[in-house]
Design a protein around this ligand. Structure first.
Ligand SMILES: Cc1ncc(COP(=O)(O)O)c(C=O)c1O
Length: 437
């Protein structure tokens, strides 16, 4: 079934057009497997998200989640749109610095931040979302040594079940993230921090999970966070000035998935915050979000070349392409669905049901199962959709496969923003010890 989002086109030859570029030409010019990201779409997604909330709340900060795709060019595009950065490693923080996102617009998350990470974050005035009491003590020590006051929030765990894959549901009580709200652990952390001179308590943070298309868990999140914010004011006289609701807004991947529009999300969540602020006489906080997938997910396509096709009696045949779980691990890891089309036969009728496999030595190495496609032949080009988030970012070099290149396209222009790895790159960091030579 053809399921093309509005930013794609098909030309008269039946070729898929991305950002004004013919995908068949891109594959010939840059080789395959190839990630292609549509710059305009990234910008539009960001603006749609930001505006939905900014229309309803005076002070909104959208911190793009670098883990979704931390390519320098992508991060630069978002910096130029005014996005802040959500980072969770030293290198992501470095990338934010390099593309010009200031510390005041960066938030640092993670359940096991190293001292080196905390040191850099505190030195750069990044807001650190502290995940445990032990981490609070580390922050205290480091800030004291640096002679600085660390800006902090706490990642809290409100025990919310989000309808998504268990690996990316992060708000449940048993999850490894955050300080437990129900037992009073979170309140205790705020009490402790509010007595420390080395920290300035400014925020509260939560991220209930990823790929969520239902507004209800976000409403629940807003309710529970605001209840805690009101309690912090009443019991500790702490003003929460930065309310960070994390990321998690999903995108439709499969035919039949119903989009949750940011407008819809904002119209459900903002009134809850407004009501609680008014009711308890709270300081209206900066409303922060950390979307990753929503911003870049549908802007990216993976182009893969068909090598061989194998018939199977009484069951779907196999189409083997040059991108596998090394290039895109989501189907193998989460059973994730990515829509697939034949990029050079977009107008041809589907006439077979096939499985699409990569070149690796595992049966888990597939990109799609039981897909209705036009007749596929060796040399055809497959387009795997919605791979802009957690695609290249989670790619790997299994079976010494160099990671794919990525090109950015915009209005018919295309430029490489990530070089294809080479065999030399794969062994560049390896060493043979002296006793083996
Ligand atoms: C703390 C945090 N913020 C933001 C995100 C981004 O989530 P998404 O890409 O679903 O918007 C994640 C993803 O895992 C996360 O862990």
């Amino acid at each position: 079934m053809l399921m093309l989002k509005s930013h794609f086109e098909v030309d008269e030859q039946g070729h898929l057009i991305i950002g004004g570029c013919d995908s068949v030409e891109l594959a010939e010019r840059f080789g395959t497997p190839l990630y292609v990201v549509d710059e305009q779409r990234v910008r539009e997604n960001y603006r749609r998200f930001y505006r939905a909330f900014a229309r309803r709340w005076r002070d909104v900060m959208v911190c793009y989640a670098y883990k979704a795709n931390s390519n320098l060019a992508i991060c630069k595009i978002l910096q130029s749109e005014g996005a802040g950065a959500e980072v969770s490693s030293l290198c992501e923080l470095n990338i934010a610095r390099r593309v010009g996102v200031p510390g005041e617009r960066t938030v640092f998350n993670g359940n096991n931040k190293s001292s080196a990470e905390l040191e850099l974050a505190i030195a750069e005035d990044v807001l650190v979302n502290v995940d445990s009491l032990q981490e609070l003590h580390t922050v205290d020590r480091i800030a004291s040594r640096l002679g600085r006051r660390a800006r902090i929030g706490f990642r809290v765990n409100p025990d919310i079940s989000a309808p998504t894959h268990p690996y990316i549901a992060t708000g449940l009580r048993e999850s490894k993230f955050g300080l437990d709200v129900a037992s009073g652990q979170a309140l205790e952390a705020y009490r402790m921090a509010s007595g420390m001179e080395t920290v300035e308590v400014v925020g509260i943070h939560c991220h209930i999970g990823s790929q969520i298309l239902d507004p209800a868990p976000f409403e629940e999140e807003a309710e529970r966070l605001m209840a805690l914010v009101a309690q912090l004011k009443a019991e500790l006289d702490v003003d929460i000035r930065f309310l960070d609701m994390g990321g998690g807004l999903g995108i439709p991947y499969k035919p039949g998935d119903v989009e949750l529009h940011p407008e819809q999300l904002a119209s459900r969540v903002v009134p809850i915050i407004e009501r609680e602020v008014d009711e308890h006489g709270l300081v209206p906080p900066t409303l922060a979000f950390e979307p990753g997938r929503y911003i870049v997910g549908d802007a990216g396509v993976l182009l893969a070349r068909v090598g061989y096709c194998k018939e199977r009696q009484g069951m779907p045949g196999w189409v083997a392409v040059d991108a596998g779980m090394n290039a895109l691990i989501r189907p193998a890891l989460y059973g994730a669905y990515h829509h697939i089309e034949v990029a050079n036969k977009m107008t041809a009728e589907p006439e077979q049901v096939v499985n699409v496999a990569g070149p690796l030595c595992e049966s888990g190495d597939f990109l799609g199962k039981e897909r209705r496609l036009p007749r596929v032949e060796p040399g055809d080009l497959l387009a795997i959709f919605d791979v802009g988030a957690y695609g290249l970012a989670m790619s790997n070099q299994h079976t010494a496969q160099p990671r794919p290149a990525m090109v950015l396209v915009n209005s018919g222009r295309a430029e490489v923003v990530r070089l294809r790895e080479t065999c030399e790159d794969l062994t560049r960091l390896d060493r043979i010890p002296g006793w083996l030579t």
